[in-house]
Design a protein around this ligand. Sequence first.
Ligand SMILES: [Zn+2]
Length: 193
Amino acid sequence: MLIVESDPAAVELFLSTGKLSCPSCAGVLRPWGWARERAVREAGQEERLSVRRSRCSACARSHVLLPDRCLLRRRDSVSTIVSALVTKAKKQASAVIATELGVPFDTVRRWLRRFAACAEELRVGLWAMAHALDPELEPIVAQGAPFADAVEALGVAMRAAGRRLGPRPGFRWASVLTGGRLLANTSCTFRAP
Ligand SMILES: [Zn+2]
């Protein structure tokens, strides 16, 4: 799987001009049909997204191209999920966050638990990524609150990516930087953009 722009026209252009690299071997990805349509929920609206499939011209592996509005296996947009994390880091109650975002309480609680379980791994990985994107970046100091420190690291890494590679609205860098696995149920992994 590879995280790509949410604009379908941009993805088609990148595919047709060989601008997308295989996450396995860095070969050129070519169009290869479509994956199952998926829903993304944002601001109370649900939208169906067409998801492109690609195939590497070098190693022949196929890769689903997931729009950067999404996280792997999450129905809500990355914008909604990161908003919840940021608000929780400011010590807001989960029930209030759920109400404000219009998302079921249990869903919000699952995100927060998942993020908390991976917080230390995420903080370390995101710091490394932020420094790789911006070697001038000052050393970052953990405050001893794993959840809030990981959210801070996410913010630092997203800003570094924005400065180096251009803006992506709605916290979409969070999806790109973590390869869509910000709240993955497996080990957290990172992908250099
Ligand atoms: Zn390949």
